[in-house]
Design a binder for this molecule. Structure first.
Ligand SMILES: [Fe+2]
Length: 223
C-alpha cells in the first residue's frame, strides 16, 4: 500500500508569499506531482499547518481543491491552524468532543488522525479527552495502526523539535498509548508526524514548500 504524506502547506491568501514562496502554487505543484508519479497511492494525508493564519477562506479553498482531486485525502490540524475555522468548513472531521480526530481504514491498517493543536501556543497538547478518544479507538480494533499528528509525541533529539513537540506531560500519554503500554495490548503501528523534516535541518528553509514523502506500508497478512 502506498501512502502519501504532506505537511505544512501553510496556505495564504492569493498573492501572499512566505519567504518569497507562494504556498498555493507550491501545493498545486505537490498535488500534480503526486498524480503524475504516485497515482496508485491509496491515501494522501496532510498533517497540519494547512493555513498559515488559520483563515476560513484558506480552508474553503482547500476543501474545493480536494473535492475535485482524484486521490482520497485526510487532514490533521497544526499549530498554525484554528480549530473553529477549520471545522466551520470541515464539520464532518470533528470527534464527539469537538477535536479534529478521525479514522480511515487502509490495506495496511487503520489510520487514526490526532488533534495535537492548542490555542495560543505552538507546542502540542494532548488532553485527557483526546487521549480517551485514542484509547477507545485502539481498544476497539486489532490494528495495525498508523497514527498521524502534527506534533511529534516523542523526543526526536533535534533541537527545534523540543519547542514544537507535544509538551512533556502530554507526550507520554499519546506515545505510551501508541506503543501499547497504557491500557492497550493489541496495538502495533507507525507514528507519522511533522518532525523530523527539512525545515529543522535547514532553519532558513521556510514552510511554504510542502514537506512531501511517499511511504510504502506492508499490508496486513491476508490483505
Ligand atoms: Fe509549519
Amino acid at each position: 500500500m502506498k501512502l502519501l504524506h504532506l505537511s505544512d502547506i501553510h496556505l495564504t491568501t492569493p498573492g501572499s508569499t512566505i519567504g518569497g514562496r507562494d504556498p498555493r502554487a507550491n501545493f498545486e505543484r505537490a498535488l500534480a506531482h503526486a498524480l503524475k508519479d504516485h497515482h496508485d497511492a491509496e491515501l494522501m494525508v496532510i498533517t497540519g499547518d494547512l493555513s498559515d493564519w488559520g483563515d476560513a477562506a484558506d480552508y474553503q479553498w482547500l476543501k474545493q481543491r480536494l473535492d475535485e482531486y482524484p486521490l482520497p485525502v485526510r487532514l490533521c490540524i497544526g499549530n498554525h491552524d484554528r480549530r473553529a475555522a477549520f471545522l466551520s468548513v470541515f464539520p464532518d472531521l470533528a470527534d464527539d468532543n469537538g477535536f479534529v480526530q478521525g479514522i480511515h481504514d487502509t490495506a495496511a491498517g487503520r489510520c487514526l488522525f490526532l488533534d495535537t493543536a492548542h490555542p495560543d501556543t505552538h507546542a502540542g497538547r494532548y488532553c485527557d479527552d483526546r487521549l480517551g478518544w485514542l484509547e477507545a479507538r485502539l481498544a476497539e480494533h486489532d490494528g495495525p495502526f498508523l497514527l498521524f499528528m502534527h506534533h511529534n509525541p516523542m523526543p526526536v533529539h533535534l533541537a527545534p523539535s523540543t519547542r514544537f513537540a507535544c509538551s512533556t506531560t502530554h507526550r507520554s500519554g499519546v506515545s505510551s498509548a501508541a506503543t501499547g503500554q497504557k491500557s492497550v495490548t493489541s496495538s502495533s503501528g507507525i507514528v507519522i508526524c511533522l518532525w523530523p523534516d527539512p525545515s529543522q535541518a535547514f532553519p532558513s528553509h521556510r514552510c511554504a514548500a510542502p514537506i512531501t514523502r511517499a511511504i510504502r506500508c506492508s499490508p496486513r497478512p491476508g490483505c
